[in-house]
Write a protein that binds this ligand. Structure first.
Ligand code: GTP
Length: 179
């Protein structure tokens, strides 16, 4: 029988197809850019052990990478069950992926309600001036709508802020779910 440690958190990473969910995860786990990431079919999951400065025990993260394509919607709802954290990802170069996160939130919350989450704008390296195409007000609107207090702009290509995303979500979950 598999024995899980006390702090075992399931996390789902969601957002439109092509925003870089698989690539972010690959960068987090392997510290490398996977330039040939193929579109996710259904879902994959990965396990990572995390040590937080304020926790004695290792925390086990089980991260589910869910396919962003519309026709996998029917598979996804089953995989949200038991998730204690969500990473909402959009592509900084594709504005519609930002607004589509409202639909993602509805899909997630109709399944599991509100859980700790972080908002991520990915592909920072593709923004020439390093200024997001999403302005401050828009971002505040979405953060409020997602009830997400934490926002990161990442580059899964260069690893920018990738560790911070997972570390912040782990801290949020630990704070809420520790007994
Ligand atoms: P689905 O599996 O279809 O839901 O897509 P996904 O969100 O997992 O996207 P994926 O990780 O497959 O990335 C899509 C494309 O964007 C790939 O060609 C990646 O190499 C590229 N990509 C992802 N993140 C970045 C980034 O930060 N910078 C750049 N330049 N390219 C990226």
């Amino acid at each position: 029988m598999v024995k899980f440690n006390k702090y075992y958190f399931k996390v789902c990473i969601v957002g439109d197809t092509g925003v870089g969910k698989t690539t972010l995860l690959h960068q987090y786990l392997n510290k490398r850019f996977k330039s040939d990431a193929e579109t996710t079919i259904g879902s994959n999951f990965f396990v990572k052990y995390v040590k937080l400065p304020n926790a004695k025990q290792l925390i086990t993260l089980q991260v589910w990478d869910l396919a962003g394509q519309e026709h996998f919607k029917w598979v996804r709802s089953a995989f949200y069950k038991g998730a204690r954290g969500i990473i909402y990802v959009y592509d900084l170069t594709q504005k519609e992926t930002f607004y589509n996160l409202i639909k993602w939130k509805e899909e997630v919350e109709s399944s599991i309600g509100i859980v700790p989450n972080v908002l991520v704008g990915n592909k920072l390296d593709l923004i020439e001036s390093q200024n997001s195409i999403i302005d401050y007000e828009e971002c505040t609107f979405l953060k409020n709508n997602l009830t997400s207090r934490y926002y990161y702009e990442t580059s899964a290509k260069y690893g920018t802020k990738v560790d911070e995303v997972f570390s912040k979500l782990t801290q949020l979950m630990f704070k809420i779910y520790q007994e």
